[in-house]
Design a protein around this ligand. Structure first.
Ligand code: C2O
Ligand code: CU
Ligand code: CU
Length: 533
């Protein structure tokens, strides 16, 4: 199966491997695709037939000392993603996406994760301002029952194994492993926004997310609710992701070791990223959702491993609806920004309001990906079911609590290049020339310091910082793009581009990560540590 895919998927790496910064300009003229296509071998449903699922909202099992306690069991289930097709998945609580946690700003949440999967796991709350001990460091593994616990055995199995990483001595003395369960505590002392949680095991994050280990977490507060944005059934979380399926309904993914136990990595044609030919929203293929002729708030997450989207909402007469952006990765903008087309890279979130009131009842509005081709051009659709009253609004001022740091507050400027490189004698992805090593502190920052980081890319790299939100200051010396507005935690570097970001290292001391969120790049070295002291 996998071999066959290798034959027609070639070419992607060829271009990438030679792509230093000098050839980046040539790459910039190519369409922004990073990765190689996997084709499904199962009959795919026509678009806009399957209803849009909404992930279940998890109820706390209790409250102790003002902390809401949740429990999630990670387990394998078989689910129907494609109509009539059974697909084994790795899930949080048996569903894909996992259950949504809804929380209030400043009200801590603790989640007990229980690992009943056959491999170690680790949970990261993406976008969370979280103490390091609960941030899901890639070696802080939760070992399943029966997994060898001896330090040496555990290191071998967790991916820090002698064969692939021996030369670099990938031993992490600071790793905190636990057996079967682990409690993650999230203070959630942060601006309200859409976060997501996902697996973050060293070397195996990409295939674990692909198998289903991803869920949403929404932080709310009174100020945001008072704005009058569309809410209740008119607020929809949309987790977009691509997948591919074997003829027997199982997920296709070009892992070198499909058990995800020992050898990390993907087959060579996919080193730049794995692209599926089925577009899922909330786990359903090209779904459709019935809406009122009214405004809706769409909370969009690109949970794809490597696929980029340029989203547009198109009515049947070809007219494009405005995408009114009200929020970014890290919460509300100062004021709304109007888009006709919105690029979204892996792990980015956009908080959008779309007004369906001008569409006749019975009409269809398609959400399309202008970067897709054939079936991957469609994402989902909205069917306008009825006329309705609408008392929602999009205020001209959305928030007044955005950080006021400016370039002149920065105590230093650091440079990081994100590009193809060598790792363990093979192809990898490196930051500042180095592949990830959990035992190395790449950057030491002081708690409270404001810094400018200048990030340079060869090809597309969506760069994510844990712990902090940042502002985009510039792109290749010029102004940021309209969708760079607000506070972000992931920024999409385009081929050949250099992007300056401004942040304040705030919140907690400890060891945190920054990395490319193309999940295949992340697994193949494109990750580094910053230590807040
Ligand atoms: Cu989605 Cu290290 O993050
Ligand atoms: Cu993160
Ligand atoms: Cu990358």
């Amino acid at each position: 199966m996998a071999r066959r895919q290798v034959l027609y998927a070639g070419g992607a790496l060829g271009a990438v491997a030679v792509a230093g910064l000098t050839t980046a300009n040539a790459l910039a003229r190519r369409p922004p695709r990073t990765g190689a296509d996997l084709s499904s071998r199962v009959r795919l449903p026509p678009p806009f037939q399957v209803p849009l699922p909404l992930p279940p909202v998890l109820k706390p099992v209790g409250t102790t000392g003002g902390i809401d306690r949740y429990e999630i069991t990670q387990r394998e289930v078989t689910a129907e993603i494609l109509p009539g097709v059974r697909t084994p998945l790795w899930t949080y609580n048996g569903t894909f996406p996992g259950p949504t946690i809804e929380s209030r700003r400043g009200r801590p949440v603790s989640v007990r994760h229980r690992n009943e999967l056959p491999v170690p796991t680790v949970v990261h709350l993406h976008g969370g301002r979280t103490p390091a001990a609960s941030d899901g460091y890639p070696t802080d593994l939760v070992l399943p029952d029966g997994w060898p616990d001896a330090a040496r055995g555990a290191h071998r199995m967790s991916g820090m194994h002698g064969m692939e990483h021996g030369a670099q001595g990938m031993h992490d003395p600071r790793a905190v492993r636990s057996r079967l369960t682990r409690d993650y505590t999230f203070p959630l002392d942060q601006r309200p926004t859409l976060l997501w949680y996902h697996d973050h095991r060293m070397d195996f994050t990409a295939p674990a997310i692909w198998r289903g280990l991803a869920g949403l977490h929404i932080v709310r507060d009174d100020a945001e609710e008072a704005l009058g944005l569309p809410s209740g059934p008119r607020e929809l979380p949309l987790m977009i992701g691509d997948r591919a399926f074997h003829a027997d309904g199982t997920l296709a993914y070009p892992s070198l070791d499909p058990t995800l136990r020992k050898e990390p990595g993907v087959e060579e044609p996919y080193l730049a990223g794995v692209l599926g030919d089925v577009i899922l929203v909330n786990g359903a293929p090209w779904p459709v959702h019935e809406v009122d002729a009214a405004r809706y708030r769409l909370r969009v997450l690109n949970a794809s491993n490597a696929r980029h989207y340029e989203l547009a909402a198109v009515a049947e007469d070809g007219r494009r609806l405005d995408l009114i952006q009200v929020g970014a990765d890290q919460g509300l903008l100062a004021e709304p920004v109007r888009h006709r087309v919105l690029p979204i890279a892996p792990a980015e979130r956009y908080d959008l309001v779309v007004d369906f009131s001008g569409i006749p009842v019975g009409g269809l509005v398609k959400v399309v990906n202008r970067l897709g081709a054939g079936r991957t051009r469609d994402v989902m659709a909205f069917r306008i079911a009825r006329k309705a009253t609408d008392d929602s609004r999009v205020p001209r001022v959305l928030s007044t609590d955005l950080p006021t740091w400016s370039r002149s507050d920065a105590l230093r400027v650091r440079d990081f290049s994100f590009r193809a490189g060598r790792m363990n004698g093979g192809h990898g992805w490196v930051i500042g020339g180095k592949p990830f090593d959990p035992a190395r502190t790449d950057v030491t920052v002081r708690l409270g310091d404001v810094e400018v980081w200048r990030l340079v890319a060869d090809i597309h790299h969506p760069v994510h910082l844990h712990l902090v939100g940042f502002k985009v200051l510039s792109r290749s010396g010029g102004a940021p793009l309209p969708h760079d507005a607000g506070l972000k935690d992931t920024v999409s570097l385009r081929p050949g581009e250099s992007v300056e970001i401004l942040t304040r290292f705030d919140g907690y001391r400890g060891r945190y990560l920054f990395h490319c969120h193309n999940a295949e790049h992340e697994d193949m070295g494109m990750m580094a540590n910053f230590e807040v002291v």
